[in-house]
Design a protein around this ligand. Structure first.
Ligand code: CA
Length: 231
């Protein structure tokens, strides 16, 4: 099945470039140049993923994202020229799945799309195998101001990166996060870091979690995909 990517972008040059690269990567595309009507289109056409520009005429990307989330879990990658917006986007927890800063390399966009679609497939496969989703969020108390986590009487301090990784993972128990996705959560300036960077942060985070919750492993590796949080 050919996956269909919706591009919502008001700059024709960028939209053309994205379409070209996505076609080469074997995807179908559809382009909308304004925020108006995006929800209706998604409702009727049910694309597999959406690239959504932040600054759009008519209705901005944030509004569109919020609207879509009312009725659909469609994977959304936000495109933004404003690096300083990323923190706000993350803080708002709008439910976008990833963020890419402009100017971007179209290859990177394709890689992110592949990562998200792969993660979804892996997750669907896991669900079909009866994979359970136990909510363990209540097990841990996260204190963002002090960068500490607490379980019962035990407490430990995390680095900012470790804290952000844990916060992202534990918010969606059972959901598989690709490394690229975790990186974009943690590194708001879209710098290039290797997979190993995330792996080493996760390793340290696991060690600290084991200090306060020794009886069970909470962060699980999902082979060739990434990580998930589950009791
Ligand atoms: Ca724009």
């Amino acid at each position: 099945m050919t996956e269909r990517i919706l591009i919502v972008e008001d700059e024709p040059k960028i939209a053309d470039l994205l379409q070209k690269y996505l076609h080469n990567a074997g995807y179908q595309t559809h382009w909308l140049s304004s925020g108006i009507g995006v929800s209706d289109w998604v409702r009727i056409e049910k694309p597999d993923l959406m690239l959504l520009d932040l600054m759009l005429p008519g209705k901005d990307g944030l509004e569109v994202c919020k609207e879509i989330r009312q009725f659909s879990p469609l994977p959304i990658i936000m495109l933004t020229a404003r690096v300083e917006e990323i923190d706000r986007l993350l803080g708002l927890e709008l439910g976008a799945d990833d963020y890419i800063c402009k100017p971007f390399s179209p290859r990177e966009v394709v890689a992110r799309i592949k990562a998200i679609l792969r993660r979804l497939q892996a997750f669907a496969a896991a669900s079909n195998n009866g994979g359970s989703q136990t909510n363990v969020s209540t097990l841990l108390e996260l204190d963002r101001d002090r960068l500490t986590i607490k379980a019962g009487e035990r407490e430990t301090t995390l680095t900012l990166v470790e804290f952000e990784l844990l916060a992202a993972l534990q918010q969606h128990p059972g959901r598989i996060f690709g490394r690229e996705q975790l990186m974009s959560r943690v590194y708001s300036d879209n710098r290039i870091v290797s997979d190993r960077t995330i792996d080493s942060h996760i390793k340290k985070l696991r060690k600290k979690l084991a200090e306060i919750i020794p009886q069970q492993e909470l962060i699980h590796s999902v082979y060739s995909v990434g990580y998930k949080f589950e009791a």
